[in-house]
Design a protein around this ligand. Sequence first.
Ligand SMILES: Nc1nc2c(c(=O)[nH]1)N[C@H]1C(S)=C(S)[C@@H](COP(=O)(O)O)O[C@H]1N2
Ligand SMILES: [Mo]
Length: 323
Amino acid sequence: MLIRSRPDWWLPERAATPESLYLNRRQWLTGSGLLGAGLLGGGLVGALTATPAHAAAPALPALRHTKGLVTTDDALTPYEAVSGYNNFYEFGTDKTDPAANAGTLKPRPWTLAVDGEVSKPTRFDIDALLKAMPLEERVYRLRCVEGWSMVIPWVGFPLASLLKQVEPTSKAKYVAFATLNDRTQMPGLRARVLDWPYVEGLRLDEAMHPLTMLVVGLYGRVLPNQNGAPIRLVVPWKYGFKSIKSIVSLKLVERQPPTSWSRSAPSEYGFYANVNPKVSHPRWSQAKERRIGEFFRRDTLMFNGYAAEVAGLYKGMNLARYY
Ligand SMILES: Nc1nc2c(c(=O)[nH]1)N[C@H]1C(S)=C(S)[C@@H](COP(=O)(O)O)O[C@H]1N2
Ligand SMILES: [Mo]
């Protein structure tokens, strides 16, 4: 199994001095020649040198590391790549567009509306939410359906903690998520690459799974706009497009909600989108992936390496049909 808890000594040190740890890691990457290897695109190399160090981003309050729930021992992807090579079509379709254009996104003030089949519909102010929720760090793999991957130290809290507060009714079977839809903040909305707003969905049991997070930061710092500030979903066993960014609304519903990519190309992208090396995309194999910063492609793992935790959610389901 690839998911391991960290040794005991590692956690307190990291909680106390996350940056020095990350910097050491980065020095190691640089020294071994992995950082900036030929596989990083030309645009990204430009972004790497142009992007200020993550130390410039404000620190998050009250970072609490919950011990040993889930992490991976894979090397972290450098901050510059995590925040410089993105998919966020509301800011353009090139990988470097979000970092270049997301400065117009205003992550404050921000309200996350949670309603639908719940006893307590609530409009959460982002700052109140940040104060109320104990934040924790989780190092997860992120596997994009396009065939590349990263390892990212997210900061956030389990989506289940928020859902429990609003008390889903017995009719709630799915959660529907929506991204902000504001042309003044998101220049990419003028292009009809998708039917805006970007929407996503999960089955309620997937949403309640302890691996499923609402994320407000990375590398111990406030989430960069291009990564979906101020709050985004992260579902590590699914292709990256499920991890919807800059969420304004969350609705509990009875029926499977529409999702942006499956609506746009239903034969290519399904509702489930579980990472699966055995089920090919119609135009390419999903058996391997390019870990950003690595030279050789590596094997893609079933459920992105989280099979021990999540395979039970899909028992008896035909995963080739429900892709
Ligand atoms: N609103 C919105 N959310 C989105 C996307 C998007 O274009 N718009 N892209 C998705 C895709 S395809 C991926 S791979 C991840 C990328 O997240 P990252 O840029 O933080 O690595 O965000 C997902 N969430
Ligand atoms: Mo993606």
